[in-house]
Design a protein around this ligand. Structure first.
Ligand SMILES: [Zn+2]
Length: 406
């Protein structure tokens, strides 16, 4: 089995221009004794919006690895795939995030649910009978779907040559640790060699901004999940290195210390997905470069502002924007580079920081995609200031805060 190491970070790169700057953060972390494997993830939806194909993510990752002489593992993740869209990813990917959130609650035959409960008498000690029946009714069908997707991939690619994640995060109601145990028992029954599992945690994981909820509650839940995973890998035929995957994990500064503490205390690993944060650093780098770069960053904001309803609609459950706090494009057009950067950079100690503007731009990458070569050409022109921001963001604000030294 291709084994995912203990600490890994999902680095999304919408326009396939920042792999080197992202990898550079892992290089610098390793020099400080924190070894984190980069995983370049991109979903079918992202490819569709940007107008790219899955092999482009592999090409960008391979080039960055060659340029920096990275000799540790790295992976390319077919993110949030399902039976309908996985085929285009099979060749280029060695990591598959099987997304079955949409199948949660899918009905299963009574006989299957009863057989599962009979087979897993050990679960009766973990959940009350009603709670166990409810968890089985809710998740057994979704795990069955994950099994079908896994076998579809495994029939087309050597199962020893890829990493499997099961994700259920894109749903409204969180999974409790006992429910996670039921899910893992079902995953083992399906024969899915899951190395990462992405539950929906309690609280809001809005795009590109801090966690909204109780960090204490999160810490308790996270530790509960770690305990369940430790128990499940002993009890069921699951990979010993199975670990949690935190989706929408970028910029959740208030829970990084709880995560780091939990990992240090338990010895567990984690996969942290940080897809959208790099695209915002591109905009910051463009603005910092001044001149045409700044002008383009302002243009992206103006268009995102004009299209805000359409851009926000698909992300309603993962953004909270107070439209009255969005600056008018005329005001932004008068900003200096420093004013633009202050509003966008995720520095909560800066009084100019504007989480509303940041979330709008986060979902506004479609605007840049439509600019096509004008946008990517400017990325090349402003590479120095962009790369500096991309690397610093991944290293200082993410890796060094989340992963314990060992
Ligand atoms: Zn996700």
């Amino acid at each position: 089995m291709l084994e995912l190491r203990k600490y890994s970070i999902g680095v999304g790169d919408r326009f396939a221009h920042q792999a080197k700057a992202q990898l550079n953060a892992c290089v610098q972390a390793a020099a400080q004794g924190i070894h984190v494997v980069p995983v370049w993830n991109k979903s079918f939806r992202e490819h569709g919006i940007v107008g790219s194909e899955p092999p482009s993510a592999r090409v960008a990752a391979d080039a960055a690895v060659a340029a920096l002489g990275w000799s540790d593992p790295y992976h390319v993740d077919a993110d949030h795939i399902n039976l309908g869209n996985v085929d285009g990813f099979i060749e280029a990917s060695d990591f598959f995030t099987i997304d079955v959130a949409a199948a949660i609650g899918q009905p299963v035959p009574d006989a299957d649910a009863a057989a599962f409960i009979d087979r897993h008498s050990e679960l009766k000690g973990e959940l009350e009978p009603d709670a166990l029946a409810a968890a089985v009714a809710r998740y057994l069908g979704a795990v069955g779907e994950a099994g079908r997707i896994y076998r579809h991939v495994a029939a087309r690619k050597d199962p020893a040559a890829f990493i499997t994640e099961v994700s259920m995060d894109e749903t409204d109601s969180p999974q409790t640790p006992p429910e996670l145990l039921v899910i893992l028992a079902a995953i083992a029954d399906e024969g899915i060699p899951a190395q990462t599992i992405a539950p929906k945690f309690t609280g809001r994981f809005n795009k590109g901004v801090d966690f909204v909820g109780s960090p204490e509650g999160f810490e308790k839940e996270f530790n509960g999940d770690l305990a369940v995973i430790a128990q499940a890998v002993k009890q069921y035929p699951l990979p010993r290195n199975l670990k949690l995957s935190v989706h929408s994990g970028s910029d959740k500064f208030s829970i990084y210390e709880p995560i780091r503490r939990a990992l240090a205390a338990s010895g567990a690993g984690v996969h942290l997905k940080t897809a959208g944060t790099t695209w915002l650093e591109e905009l910051i780098g463009l603005a910092e470069a001044g001149g045409d770069g700044l002008a383009l960053a302002k243009q992206v904001y103006a268009k995102a502002y004009a299209d805000r309803d359409a851009l926000c609609a698909p992300y309603a459950t993962v953004i909270d924007i107070d439209a009255s706090k969005l600056p008018a494009p005329d005001a932004v057009n008068a900003w200096s580079a420093e004013e633009y950067v202050s509003a966008l950079r995720h520095d909560q100690s800066n009084p100019q920081y504007n989480a509303n503007l940041r979330q709008l731009l986060h979902v506004g990458y479609k605007v840049a995609a439509k600019l096509g070569a004008r946008y990517t050409g400017m990325l090349d022109e402003c590479e120095a200031s962009i790369a500096r921001n991309v690397t610093t963001n991944i290293l200082d604000r993410h890796i060094l805060r989340v992963f314990p030294k060992r």
